[in-house]
Design a protein around this ligand. Structure first.
Ligand code: HAM
Length: 416
Protein backbone atom coordinates (compact mmCIF):
# COMPACT_ATOMS: atom_id res chain seq x y z
CA UNK A 1 0.00 0.00 0.00
CA UNK A 2 1.36 3.41 -0.81
CA UNK A 3 2.08 5.48 2.27
CA UNK A 4 1.59 9.15 2.91
CA UNK A 5 4.61 11.45 3.00
CA UNK A 6 6.35 12.00 6.35
CA UNK A 7 5.05 15.04 8.22
CA UNK A 8 1.69 15.05 6.40
CA UNK A 9 -1.62 14.04 7.93
CA UNK A 10 -4.80 12.15 7.10
CA UNK A 11 -7.82 13.60 8.89
CA UNK A 12 -10.53 11.07 9.79
CA UNK A 13 -14.10 11.60 10.94
CA UNK A 14 -14.77 10.35 14.46
CA UNK A 15 -14.79 7.69 15.83
CA UNK A 16 -11.09 7.55 14.97
CA UNK A 17 -9.59 4.33 13.57
CA UNK A 18 -6.59 4.58 15.95
CA UNK A 19 -6.07 6.75 19.05
CA UNK A 20 -3.25 8.72 17.42
CA UNK A 21 -5.16 9.49 14.18
CA UNK A 22 -5.95 13.16 13.43
CA UNK A 23 -9.61 14.07 13.79
CA UNK A 24 -11.34 16.06 11.08
CA UNK A 25 -14.10 16.87 13.61
CA UNK A 26 -11.55 18.38 15.98
CA UNK A 27 -10.04 20.35 13.10
CA UNK A 28 -13.47 21.78 12.25
CA UNK A 29 -14.05 22.58 15.92
CA UNK A 30 -10.80 24.62 16.04
CA UNK A 31 -11.64 26.42 12.79
CA UNK A 32 -15.16 27.25 14.04
CA UNK A 33 -13.85 28.71 17.31
CA UNK A 34 -11.13 30.63 15.44
CA UNK A 35 -13.68 32.14 13.04
CA UNK A 36 -16.13 32.97 15.79
CA UNK A 37 -13.60 34.82 17.94
CA UNK A 38 -12.07 36.70 14.98
CA UNK A 39 -15.60 37.82 14.02
CA UNK A 40 -16.22 39.22 17.54
CA UNK A 41 -13.09 41.35 17.16
CA UNK A 42 -14.20 42.68 13.77
CA UNK A 43 -11.78 40.68 11.58
CA UNK A 44 -12.76 39.75 7.99
CA UNK A 45 -11.66 36.52 6.30
CA UNK A 46 -9.32 36.49 3.27
CA UNK A 47 -7.24 33.84 1.48
CA UNK A 48 -4.39 33.74 -1.00
CA UNK A 49 -2.65 31.19 -3.24
CA UNK A 50 -0.95 28.15 -1.67
CA UNK A 51 1.84 28.44 -4.26
CA UNK A 52 3.85 31.67 -4.53
CA UNK A 53 6.94 32.98 -6.34
CA UNK A 54 10.02 31.79 -4.44
CA UNK A 55 11.37 35.34 -4.11
CA UNK A 56 8.42 36.35 -1.92
CA UNK A 57 10.19 34.43 0.86
CA UNK A 58 13.88 34.45 0.05
CA UNK A 59 14.54 38.01 1.14
CA UNK A 60 11.72 38.67 3.60
CA UNK A 61 11.15 35.78 5.95
CA UNK A 62 14.64 35.07 7.31
CA UNK A 63 17.13 32.25 7.01
CA UNK A 64 15.35 29.63 9.11
CA UNK A 65 12.14 29.59 7.07
CA UNK A 66 14.02 29.79 3.75
CA UNK A 67 15.94 26.64 4.66
CA UNK A 68 12.57 24.91 5.13
CA UNK A 69 10.89 25.86 1.87
CA UNK A 70 9.07 23.30 -0.27
CA UNK A 71 10.27 24.92 -3.50
CA UNK A 72 10.68 23.75 -7.08
CA UNK A 73 10.79 24.96 -10.69
CA UNK A 74 7.37 24.75 -12.34
CA UNK A 75 6.70 23.66 -15.94
CA UNK A 76 6.88 27.30 -17.05
CA UNK A 77 10.39 27.56 -15.55
CA UNK A 78 9.23 29.72 -12.66
CA UNK A 79 10.91 29.37 -9.27
CA UNK A 80 7.99 28.71 -6.93
CA UNK A 81 7.35 27.61 -3.34
CA UNK A 82 4.44 26.28 -1.32
CA UNK A 83 3.64 28.94 1.29
CA UNK A 84 5.54 28.37 4.56
CA UNK A 85 3.70 31.28 6.22
CA UNK A 86 0.94 33.72 5.33
CA UNK A 87 2.50 37.07 6.25
CA UNK A 88 4.32 37.90 2.96
CA UNK A 89 1.15 36.96 1.00
CA UNK A 90 -1.13 39.18 3.07
CA UNK A 91 1.43 42.01 2.94
CA UNK A 92 1.36 41.77 -0.86
CA UNK A 93 -2.47 41.65 -0.94
CA UNK A 94 -2.65 44.76 1.25
CA UNK A 95 0.05 46.57 -0.74
CA UNK A 96 -1.94 46.04 -3.95
CA UNK A 97 -5.41 46.86 -2.61
CA UNK A 98 -5.14 48.94 0.56
CA UNK A 99 -6.94 51.91 -1.04
CA UNK A 100 -10.16 49.92 -1.21
CA UNK A 101 -10.24 49.43 2.57
CA UNK A 102 -10.80 51.74 5.53
CA UNK A 103 -7.95 51.71 8.09
CA UNK A 104 -7.23 50.00 10.30
CA UNK A 105 -7.73 46.88 8.19
CA UNK A 106 -8.36 43.79 10.35
CA UNK A 107 -8.10 40.52 8.47
CA UNK A 108 -7.86 36.82 9.32
CA UNK A 109 -7.20 33.63 7.37
CA UNK A 110 -6.81 29.89 8.02
CA UNK A 111 -4.20 28.76 5.46
CA UNK A 112 -2.54 25.37 5.27
CA UNK A 113 1.22 26.00 5.37
CA UNK A 114 4.17 23.85 4.34
CA UNK A 115 7.64 23.73 5.86
CA UNK A 116 10.24 21.07 5.16
CA UNK A 117 11.10 20.63 8.85
CA UNK A 118 12.41 17.63 10.70
CA UNK A 119 9.27 15.91 11.93
CA UNK A 120 9.03 16.03 15.74
CA UNK A 121 6.46 16.53 18.51
CA UNK A 122 4.39 19.58 17.60
CA UNK A 123 6.20 20.10 14.28
CA UNK A 124 5.04 18.64 10.98
CA UNK A 125 5.58 19.42 7.31
CA UNK A 126 2.13 20.90 6.93
CA UNK A 127 -0.11 22.65 9.41
CA UNK A 128 -3.10 24.95 9.49
CA UNK A 129 -2.51 28.35 11.00
CA UNK A 130 -4.93 31.02 12.12
CA UNK A 131 -3.45 34.35 10.99
CA UNK A 132 -4.87 37.60 12.37
CA UNK A 133 -3.30 40.86 11.26
CA UNK A 134 -4.00 44.60 11.54
CA UNK A 135 -2.76 47.08 8.92
CA UNK A 136 -2.58 50.87 9.12
CA UNK A 137 -2.26 51.48 12.87
CA UNK A 138 1.12 52.43 14.35
CA UNK A 139 -0.14 52.98 17.90
CA UNK A 140 0.69 50.33 20.50
CA UNK A 141 -3.06 50.08 21.30
CA UNK A 142 -3.26 47.89 18.18
CA UNK A 143 -0.60 45.59 19.66
CA UNK A 144 -2.76 45.23 22.77
CA UNK A 145 -5.85 44.58 20.61
CA UNK A 146 -4.14 41.76 18.68
CA UNK A 147 -2.85 40.18 21.92
CA UNK A 148 -6.34 40.42 23.51
CA UNK A 149 -7.66 38.58 20.43
CA UNK A 150 -5.00 35.89 20.80
CA UNK A 151 -5.95 35.44 24.46
CA UNK A 152 -9.66 35.23 23.63
CA UNK A 153 -9.10 32.70 20.84
CA UNK A 154 -7.45 30.41 23.41
CA UNK A 155 -10.11 31.15 26.05
CA UNK A 156 -12.78 30.37 23.44
CA UNK A 157 -11.44 26.80 23.41
CA UNK A 158 -11.82 26.49 27.18
CA UNK A 159 -8.20 27.26 28.12
CA UNK A 160 -7.57 29.53 31.13
CA UNK A 161 -4.69 31.59 32.56
CA UNK A 162 -3.67 28.39 34.40
CA UNK A 163 -3.13 26.71 31.03
CA UNK A 164 -1.25 29.30 28.97
CA UNK A 165 0.68 32.55 29.10
CA UNK A 166 1.70 35.11 26.47
CA UNK A 167 5.39 35.97 26.72
CA UNK A 168 5.79 39.60 25.68
CA UNK A 169 8.95 41.18 24.38
CA UNK A 170 10.10 43.96 22.10
CA UNK A 171 12.48 44.10 19.17
CA UNK A 172 12.83 47.85 19.82
CA UNK A 173 14.03 47.10 23.34
CA UNK A 174 16.61 44.67 21.95
CA UNK A 175 17.57 47.17 19.27
CA UNK A 176 18.21 49.82 21.95
CA UNK A 177 20.19 47.25 23.95
CA UNK A 178 22.33 46.45 20.89
CA UNK A 179 22.83 50.12 19.90
CA UNK A 180 23.84 51.05 23.48
CA UNK A 181 26.71 48.54 23.15
CA UNK A 182 27.86 50.04 19.87
CA UNK A 183 26.23 47.28 17.76
CA UNK A 184 26.27 47.78 14.00
CA UNK A 185 22.63 48.31 12.88
CA UNK A 186 23.27 46.15 9.78
CA UNK A 187 24.06 43.22 12.10
CA UNK A 188 21.00 43.63 14.33
CA UNK A 189 19.18 40.63 12.82
CA UNK A 190 22.26 38.46 13.31
CA UNK A 191 22.22 39.53 16.96
CA UNK A 192 18.45 38.79 17.31
CA UNK A 193 19.00 35.29 15.96
CA UNK A 194 21.58 34.54 18.66
CA UNK A 195 19.15 35.81 21.33
CA UNK A 196 16.35 33.74 19.75
CA UNK A 197 18.36 30.54 20.23
CA UNK A 198 19.82 31.32 23.65
CA UNK A 199 17.39 29.06 25.55
CA UNK A 200 18.24 26.06 23.37
CA UNK A 201 21.95 26.69 22.69
CA UNK A 202 24.99 25.81 24.85
CA UNK A 203 26.26 28.99 26.62
CA UNK A 204 29.78 28.71 25.08
CA UNK A 205 28.27 28.70 21.58
CA UNK A 206 26.09 31.77 22.24
CA UNK A 207 29.01 33.63 23.85
CA UNK A 208 31.21 32.86 20.85
CA UNK A 209 28.59 34.16 18.42
CA UNK A 210 28.00 37.31 20.49
CA UNK A 211 31.68 38.27 20.83
CA UNK A 212 32.19 39.59 17.26
CA UNK A 213 28.94 41.57 17.64
CA UNK A 214 30.44 43.36 20.65
CA UNK A 215 27.96 41.89 23.17
CA UNK A 216 28.59 39.88 26.33
CA UNK A 217 26.43 36.86 27.16
CA UNK A 218 26.15 38.00 30.83
CA UNK A 219 24.69 41.32 29.66
CA UNK A 220 22.11 39.57 27.51
CA UNK A 221 21.24 37.26 30.40
CA UNK A 222 20.98 40.19 32.82
CA UNK A 223 18.62 42.03 30.48
CA UNK A 224 16.42 38.94 30.11
CA UNK A 225 16.40 38.38 33.88
CA UNK A 226 15.47 42.02 34.59
CA UNK A 227 12.01 41.61 32.94
CA UNK A 228 11.41 45.33 33.50
CA UNK A 229 8.74 46.43 31.01
CA UNK A 230 10.08 48.97 28.51
CA UNK A 231 7.58 51.83 27.81
CA UNK A 232 5.93 50.16 24.79
CA UNK A 233 5.38 46.98 26.80
CA UNK A 234 4.07 48.88 29.81
CA UNK A 235 1.33 50.38 27.62
CA UNK A 236 0.37 46.96 26.30
CA UNK A 237 0.24 45.62 29.87
CA UNK A 238 -1.91 48.58 31.04
CA UNK A 239 -4.28 48.17 28.10
CA UNK A 240 -4.70 44.43 28.79
CA UNK A 241 -5.11 45.06 32.53
CA UNK A 242 -7.97 47.47 31.72
CA UNK A 243 -9.71 44.55 29.97
CA UNK A 244 -9.14 42.24 32.93
CA UNK A 245 -6.59 40.19 30.95
CA UNK A 246 -3.45 40.94 33.00
CA UNK A 247 -3.11 37.32 34.21
CA UNK A 248 -2.52 36.09 30.69
CA UNK A 249 0.69 38.00 29.93
CA UNK A 250 4.21 38.43 31.28
CA UNK A 251 7.28 40.27 30.06
CA UNK A 252 9.95 37.86 28.83
CA UNK A 253 12.86 39.27 26.84
CA UNK A 254 13.94 35.71 26.06
CA UNK A 255 11.37 35.91 23.24
CA UNK A 256 12.62 37.80 20.18
CA UNK A 257 11.13 35.74 17.28
CA UNK A 258 13.12 34.10 14.51
CA UNK A 259 11.50 35.78 11.49
CA UNK A 260 13.40 38.72 9.98
CA UNK A 261 10.60 41.25 9.47
CA UNK A 262 9.56 42.06 13.05
CA UNK A 263 10.20 45.64 14.16
CA UNK A 264 8.36 46.24 17.46
CA UNK A 265 6.44 44.37 20.15
CA UNK A 266 6.79 40.58 19.68
CA UNK A 267 5.14 37.75 21.61
CA UNK A 268 4.65 34.01 21.87
CA UNK A 269 1.98 31.92 23.59
CA UNK A 270 3.11 28.91 25.62
CA UNK A 271 1.42 26.33 27.81
CA UNK A 272 2.19 27.07 31.48
CA UNK A 273 3.58 23.61 32.18
CA UNK A 274 6.16 23.98 29.42
CA UNK A 275 5.20 20.62 27.86
CA UNK A 276 4.70 21.88 24.33
CA UNK A 277 6.35 24.10 21.75
CA UNK A 278 4.93 27.58 21.10
CA UNK A 279 1.16 27.63 20.53
CA UNK A 280 1.32 30.93 18.64
CA UNK A 281 3.70 33.73 17.78
CA UNK A 282 3.59 37.18 16.28
CA UNK A 283 4.46 40.83 16.50
CA UNK A 284 4.71 44.14 14.74
CA UNK A 285 6.30 44.34 11.27
CA UNK A 286 6.07 47.95 10.16
CA UNK A 287 8.35 47.68 7.11
CA UNK A 288 7.17 44.54 5.35
CA UNK A 289 4.40 46.13 3.25
CA UNK A 290 6.90 48.71 2.05
CA UNK A 291 9.45 46.01 1.19
CA UNK A 292 6.93 43.83 -0.62
CA UNK A 293 5.71 46.81 -2.66
CA UNK A 294 9.25 48.02 -3.47
CA UNK A 295 8.66 51.16 -1.46
CA UNK A 296 5.36 52.23 -3.04
CA UNK A 297 3.08 51.56 -0.05
CA UNK A 298 4.03 52.32 3.55
CA UNK A 299 1.69 50.81 6.11
CA UNK A 300 2.38 49.75 9.70
CA UNK A 301 1.33 46.18 10.41
CA UNK A 302 1.16 43.56 13.12
CA UNK A 303 -0.35 40.14 13.73
CA UNK A 304 0.07 36.58 14.88
CA UNK A 305 -0.08 33.00 13.65
CA UNK A 306 -1.49 30.11 15.71
CA UNK A 307 -0.94 26.54 14.50
CA UNK A 308 -3.43 23.69 14.83
CA UNK A 309 -0.86 21.01 15.77
CA UNK A 310 0.28 22.15 19.23
CA UNK A 311 -3.17 23.55 19.95
CA UNK A 312 -4.89 20.21 19.26
CA UNK A 313 -2.37 18.40 21.49
CA UNK A 314 -2.86 20.96 24.26
CA UNK A 315 -6.64 20.87 24.31
CA UNK A 316 -6.59 17.05 24.16
CA UNK A 317 -4.24 16.93 27.15
CA UNK A 318 -6.52 19.29 29.11
CA UNK A 319 -9.69 17.26 28.33
CA UNK A 320 -11.22 20.15 26.37
CA UNK A 321 -12.25 18.25 23.24
CA UNK A 322 -16.05 18.21 23.01
CA UNK A 323 -18.02 15.12 22.03
CA UNK A 324 -18.65 15.06 18.31
CA UNK A 325 -21.49 12.50 18.45
CA UNK A 326 -25.20 13.26 18.41
CA UNK A 327 -25.33 15.05 15.14
CA UNK A 328 -28.40 13.15 13.82
CA UNK A 329 -31.84 14.42 14.76
CA UNK A 330 -33.28 11.03 13.83
CA UNK A 331 -32.84 7.63 12.29
CA UNK A 332 -35.94 6.63 10.33
CA UNK A 333 -36.38 2.92 11.03
CA UNK A 334 -38.02 0.91 8.25
CA UNK A 335 -39.28 -2.33 9.82
CA UNK A 336 -42.10 -2.93 7.39
CA UNK A 337 -40.69 -2.92 3.84
CA UNK A 338 -44.15 -2.14 2.42
CA UNK A 339 -43.69 1.30 4.04
CA UNK A 340 -40.30 2.02 2.39
CA UNK A 341 -41.72 4.53 -0.13
CA UNK A 342 -43.59 6.45 2.59
CA UNK A 343 -40.50 6.29 4.82
CA UNK A 344 -38.31 7.74 2.04
CA UNK A 345 -40.86 10.54 1.67
CA UNK A 346 -40.54 11.21 5.42
CA UNK A 347 -36.70 11.15 5.29
CA UNK A 348 -36.80 13.64 2.45
CA UNK A 349 -39.27 15.96 4.24
CA UNK A 350 -37.17 15.96 7.40
CA UNK A 351 -33.95 16.68 5.50
CA UNK A 352 -35.65 19.49 3.57
CA UNK A 353 -36.70 20.93 6.94
CA UNK A 354 -32.97 21.10 7.81
CA UNK A 355 -32.61 18.01 10.01
CA UNK A 356 -29.79 15.46 9.76
CA UNK A 357 -31.49 12.11 9.17
CA UNK A 358 -30.19 8.60 8.49
CA UNK A 359 -31.92 5.35 7.47
CA UNK A 360 -31.03 1.85 6.22
CA UNK A 361 -30.41 1.82 2.45
CA UNK A 362 -31.38 -1.85 2.11
CA UNK A 363 -33.81 -4.11 4.00
CA UNK A 364 -32.34 -4.59 7.48
CA UNK A 365 -33.60 -6.20 10.68
CA UNK A 366 -35.35 -3.72 13.01
CA UNK A 367 -33.04 -4.33 15.99
CA UNK A 368 -29.99 -3.73 13.76
CA UNK A 369 -31.42 -0.41 12.63
CA UNK A 370 -32.08 0.53 16.25
CA UNK A 371 -28.51 -0.41 17.25
CA UNK A 372 -27.15 1.70 14.43
CA UNK A 373 -29.22 4.68 15.65
CA UNK A 374 -27.56 4.32 19.07
CA UNK A 375 -24.08 4.00 17.52
CA UNK A 376 -24.67 7.15 15.51
CA UNK A 377 -25.71 9.00 18.65
CA UNK A 378 -29.03 9.91 17.01
CA UNK A 379 -31.41 11.82 19.24
CA UNK A 380 -34.56 9.99 18.04
CA UNK A 381 -35.84 7.08 16.01
CA UNK A 382 -38.94 7.51 13.84
CA UNK A 383 -40.96 4.53 12.64
CA UNK A 384 -44.01 4.68 10.39
CA UNK A 385 -46.91 2.44 11.33
CA UNK A 386 -50.12 1.67 9.47
CA UNK A 387 -53.23 1.41 11.62
CA UNK A 388 -56.11 -1.01 11.07
CA UNK A 389 -57.95 1.80 9.25
CA UNK A 390 -55.01 2.16 6.84
CA UNK A 391 -53.96 5.57 8.23
CA UNK A 392 -50.23 6.25 8.71
CA UNK A 393 -48.81 7.41 12.02
CA UNK A 394 -45.22 8.07 13.06
CA UNK A 395 -43.83 6.72 16.34
CA UNK A 396 -41.03 9.02 17.51
CA UNK A 397 -38.79 7.62 20.25
CA UNK A 398 -36.52 9.96 22.19
CA UNK A 399 -33.38 7.85 22.62
CA UNK A 400 -32.29 9.64 25.80
CA UNK A 401 -35.58 9.16 27.72
CA UNK A 402 -36.94 6.21 25.64
CA UNK A 403 -40.33 8.00 25.68
CA UNK A 404 -42.57 7.47 22.60
CA UNK A 405 -44.72 10.12 20.94
CA UNK A 406 -47.16 9.14 18.20
CA UNK A 407 -48.04 11.85 15.69
CA UNK A 408 -49.13 12.29 12.07
CA UNK A 409 -46.11 11.94 9.69
CA UNK A 410 -46.39 15.65 8.70
CA UNK A 411 -45.97 16.67 12.35
CA UNK A 412 -42.63 14.90 12.89
CA UNK A 413 -40.39 17.75 11.63
CA UNK A 414 -41.97 20.10 14.15
CA UNK A 415 -40.87 17.87 17.06
CA UNK A 416 -37.09 18.34 16.41
P1 HAM B 1 5.72 31.18 13.37
O1 HAM B 1 6.20 31.41 14.76
O2 HAM B 1 6.69 30.67 12.38
O3 HAM B 1 5.11 32.57 12.88
O4 HAM B 1 4.47 30.21 13.42
C1 HAM B 1 3.35 30.48 14.24
C2 HAM B 1 2.83 29.21 14.88
O5 HAM B 1 2.55 28.24 13.86
C3 HAM B 1 3.81 28.49 15.80
O6 HAM B 1 3.77 29.03 17.10
C4 HAM B 1 3.29 27.06 15.76
O7 HAM B 1 2.13 26.90 16.60
C5 HAM B 1 2.80 26.93 14.33
N1 HAM B 1 3.81 26.24 13.49
C6 HAM B 1 4.84 26.80 12.84
N2 HAM B 1 5.54 25.87 12.17
C7 HAM B 1 4.92 24.69 12.39
C8 HAM B 1 5.14 23.34 11.98
N3 HAM B 1 6.13 23.00 11.17
N4 HAM B 1 4.29 22.38 12.41
C9 HAM B 1 3.26 22.70 13.22
N5 HAM B 1 2.99 23.94 13.64
C10 HAM B 1 3.81 24.93 13.24
C11 HAM B 1 4.65 32.82 11.61
O8 HAM B 1 4.46 31.97 10.79
C12 HAM B 1 4.30 34.27 11.38
N6 HAM B 1 4.06 34.45 9.95
C13 HAM B 1 3.08 34.64 12.21
C14 HAM B 1 2.65 36.06 12.02
C15 HAM B 1 1.48 36.49 11.45
N7 HAM B 1 3.33 37.13 12.39
C16 HAM B 1 2.64 38.22 12.06
N8 HAM B 1 1.52 37.82 11.47
Amino acid sequence: MSERLPGFRDFYPEPLPTPDAWSCDLRQHLFARWRETARRYGFREYDGPPLEPLELYTNKSGAEIVAQLFNFTDKGNREVSLRPEMTPTVARMIATSERAYKKPVKWFSIPQLFRYEKQQKGRLREHFQLNCDIFGEADVSADAEIIALLIDVLRGLGLTSADFVIRLSSRQAWQRFFAARGGDAAKAYEFYQVVDKIERERPEVSAEKLAPLGVKLEDVRAFIDSSVPEPELQSVLDNLAARGLADFVKVDYGVIRGLAYYTGVVFEAFDRKGEFRAIAGGGRYDQLVEQVSQGSVKLPALGFGMGDVVLAELIKSRGLVPSFAGRFAAVVVIEDETLRAESLRLVQTLREAGHAVEYALTPTKGDKQFKRALELGALNTVRLERGADGALTARVRNLATRADTVVAPEAVAGLF
